[in-house]
Structure formats: structure tokens, C-alpha cells
Design a protein around this ligand. Structure first.
Ligand code: IP8
Length: 256
């Protein structure tokens, strides 16, 4: 299940991996509320893409408040099935909304719910059924993978963030480019200007304030550090730049 996808049925082109941040597609100030205007814009942009694409989405106002209500984080687990389902079911509702928006634009999107397709071992390492994603791509579908809860050895369930999914999928699928569409136009320097390109974490450590334990659930610092570890180039950008990224151009901040 883990690691290398079965690539036999895949087309020769490499896939792009795109994360739609929860703050882009939901209204974060109101529980379980979509931002339908931005979701539709994102779906329109995805529909114009030619090639293999995996879409990942974060939690926004769907996953996060249930997770904090039940005390579930990427490391703090829970054995309470009710709490696990509260997070998972909310994320599934968001996943359904993303799939519906994509279908409206003619995108052949199919869901992947990591609760049924991923686990963590006792060291926290993730095994994800990337072969399923590769097969979907090979058959011409656009997999849409939600951030979720996943079973975690010894801890019940923990949160699997969209950022971690992006990194794991990009590696397993040998993606050629990675995009993180977020609520900001890129990574900011200390003056608040968007940094054009980041090649090393040291160059931006001061601007990002370092990477620490409070940052593991999706802060920009952890995001940049994880994206720098990929072979594929990655970009962090806002929704206005999504068509540009999908056109193969640079958008926002290039990382690596
Ligand atoms: O929005 C966490 O994923 P993120 C989502 O990518 C959940 O940080 C399930 C709370």
C-alpha cells in the first residue's frame, strides 16, 4: 500500500499536485460554510488544465473546528469514534462540495478519503494508498484527496493535513510540479512583500520565524520546509494566480 504507486497503467506524462487551501474554498469565519464563489473559480481553472492532476484540499471551516472540539491534532490522537467521525464526516461534506463544483465544470473528479486509505505507524510515518491515486490518474480521472483523520498506531486517530498529503503524493507519483493555492499571494518577506523564489530555508528563516512545534499543522514555515524537501518545484500562490500555475508558469513564490 505504501510508497511506490503501480505505474503500469499511467500515461507517460507526469502529474501535477495541487492543494486547494481550506481558507480559499471555505468561509473560515462560519462553521461548515463554503466560499462558493472562490470554489467555483478554482473549479473553472482546474477544468482548463490539460494533463494529469491530483487535487488535495484542506479543512477550512469544515475540519478544523471539529478537530479542536475533540482535541485531535496531527500528533494528539483520540480513540473516540464520535469525534473521529465528526471530523471525517465534515471533511467528506467538503470533499463532496469540491467534487460537485468540479463536475459542474466537466472535470472527471473522484474522491479519495484517507481514513479508508491511509494509516500512521507508531513513529507517525504515513502509509497512503498512492496506487489507487495512480490508477485513477491512469484511467483519466482527477483524484480529489481530502485532509482527514487517519488511524495512528497507539493513538487512535490523528489529523492528516492537506500539506502532508501534498508532499507524500508528490513523492510517490514523482510529480513534475506542485502548487499550494492559499489565502495569501505567496510567502512574505519581513517587509510584507511576496518573495519571488526560495532555494534554502536559511534564506527565509528570519522572515518565517523558524519552524517549531506550534507550526506543524500548516504554518507557512513548516510548509516551506516540507516543500523544499521535494524533487519537484513547488509554488505557493493565491487564487488569482491559479490559472497561471496550471498553465505551467511561475506563480507567487517558487520553492525549490
Ligand atoms: O487544512 C487539516 O488540514 P489542513 C484538516 O490542510 C482537518 O491543515 C481535517 C482538520
Amino acid at each position: 500500500m505504501t510508497g511506490e504507486p503501480n505505474t503500469e497503467s499511467r500515461a507517460a506524462t507526469k502529474a501535477a499536485v495541487l492543494k486547494l487551501g481550506g481558507s480559499v474554498i471555505t468561509d473560515k469565519s462560519n462553521p461548515e460554510t463554503l466560499d462558493t464563489e472562490t470554489l467555483d473559480r478554482a473549479a473553472d481553472a482546474v477544468a482548463a488544465f490539460e494533463g494529469e492532476l491530483v487535487v488535495v484540499h484542506g479543512g477550512g471551516s469544515f475540519g478544523h473546528h471539529h478537530a479542536s472540539e475533540h482535541g485531535i491534532t496531527t500528533t494528539a490522537g483520540s480513540h473516540d469514534a464520535t469525534g473521529a467521525r465528526a471530523v471525517h464526516d465534515a471533511m467528506r461534506r467538503l470533499n463532496d462540495a469540491v467534487l460537485d463544483a468540479l463536475r459542474e465544470c466537466g472535470v472527471p473528479a473522484l474522491p479519495l478519503h484517507p481514513l479508508s486509505a491511509a494509516t500512521r505507524d507508531d513513529s507517525g510515518e504515513l502509509s497512503l494508498a498512492t496506487d489507487v491515486v495512480a490508477r485513477m490518474l491512469g484511467e483519466g480521472f482527477v483524484p480529489v484527496v481530502q485532509a482527514d483523520v487517519v488511524t495512528h498506531v497507539g493513538r487512535g486517530v490523528t489529523i492528516l493535513s492537506g500539506d502532508e498529503l501534498v508532499v507524500v503524493l508528490a513523492r510517490a507519483l514523482d510529480a513534475d510540479r506542485v502548487g499550494v493555492c492559499s489565502g495569501v499571494p505567496g510567502v512574505f518577506d519581513t517587509d510584507g512583500a511576496v518573495i519571488d523564489r526560495i532555494d534554502s530555508f536559511e534564506d527565509v528563516r528570519a522572515a518565517l520565524g523558524g519552524s517549531d512545534a506550534t507550526d506543524v499543522t500548516g504554518g507557512m514555515s513548516a510548509k516551506v520546509e516540507a516543500l523544499l524537501g521535494l524533487d519537484a518545484p513547488a509554488w505557493v500562490f493565491g487564487l488569482d494566480d491559479l490559472p497561471r500555475f496550471l498553465d505551467g508558469e511561475s506563480a507567487g513564490t517558487r520553492i525549490g
